[in-house]
Design a protein around this ligand. Sequence first.
Ligand SMILES: *Cc1c(COP(=O)(O)O)cnc(C)c1O
Length: 394
Amino acid sequence: MQLPLARPVLNELEAKEVARVIRSGWVTQGPEVEEFEAEFAGFVGARHACAVSSCTAALHVALLAIDAGPGDEVITVSHSFIATANAVRYAGALPVFVDVDPVNGNIDPSQIKDAITSRTRAILVVHQLGMPCDMNAILGIAGAAGIPVIEDGACAVGSEIFVANAWQRVGRPHGRICCFSFHPRKLLTTGDGGMLTTDEPALDRKFRLLRHHGMSVSDRARHEARTVVLEEYVEIGFNYRLTDIQAAVGRVQLRRLPQVVERRRALAARYHELLADVPGIGLPVEPHWARSNWQTYSVRLPAGRQRAVMQSMLETGIATRRGVMCAHREPAYRNAPWRCVEGPGSCGCGPTGCRRLVNSERLQDTSIALPVFHEMTDEDQRNVASALRGALHG
Ligand SMILES: *Cc1c(COP(=O)(O)O)cnc(C)c1O
């Protein structure tokens, strides 16, 4: 493969920091994790940041922290990586899928209100592919109904939203909690890893309990105590720890992030130019109040062309991926409970489709993600553009 879809930026700086932590003798949820949390909170502008083992773990912890459980409904999108919907199921709540905007693939705020019932416990929005959701609209609707908003910011580290007359980073947070992923497909990677941010001390304390078996004192506090400390396990928690080895990588990645975001914004701008006159394709659109980190650059093709275009590009050595999946169409959701805005059973919601999730399904079936990575050259981008043009019209 000449051109991969993505490639993480990792080098000797990370390797050196990993060696330092290994030699220190403290390798999990210790001082390095604390430093990473403080630096991450500072970067996004949040009061608290709590590191965990993945964004999936972060989403689970976030839902438990706001007491989502059996009998509750969580309004979210089907059109996301499956971890978003799965986290709702882990908590025992019912996912209520709302359709997305036909262009940017984010939750359509105008459809949220109809999905709210007396059982709605949270609205879980996704900043899909790094493009911020319309948080002003979402927070207005959620605020009027008194429902907490959780942000799945897995892809959106370094993205910005214009709120209250200023550019603010995703994760400040704008809802009550924002969750991030540090998987290698995201802009900041620790191999695997995740982070929760919040401004509420009580929520942050809850995250720390849940990620560490419900244990009442941290390992570090116990280690440093001058008197014997006996811990208690105050509730059923999990092992969702991030290691200090991962945190050391994350700290280097965080320092490099502004540069990585800037580079991706330039790559996206160049794709806009190169693809502007290709007939029949839809380019991603950045609203005037959003600055995407362009975790993914995804274009919409005419119906029925996705697979053949991907195959043709593959044959010229260019990797692509189909559009974001839809959880409701996967076998795992065939028997798992979920509903759309019309209520269970009333619209024939099922694996073959849901007539209320038309934009979600269409985006999955017609979008493709193009290669974007830090070291990509202008020649690489021109090759992608001409391969795409050839695949569609050649
Ligand atoms: C990647 C991703 C996740 C899962 O993140 P992990 O860190 O791999 O658990 C969740 N939601 C979205 C939208 C993602 O893109």
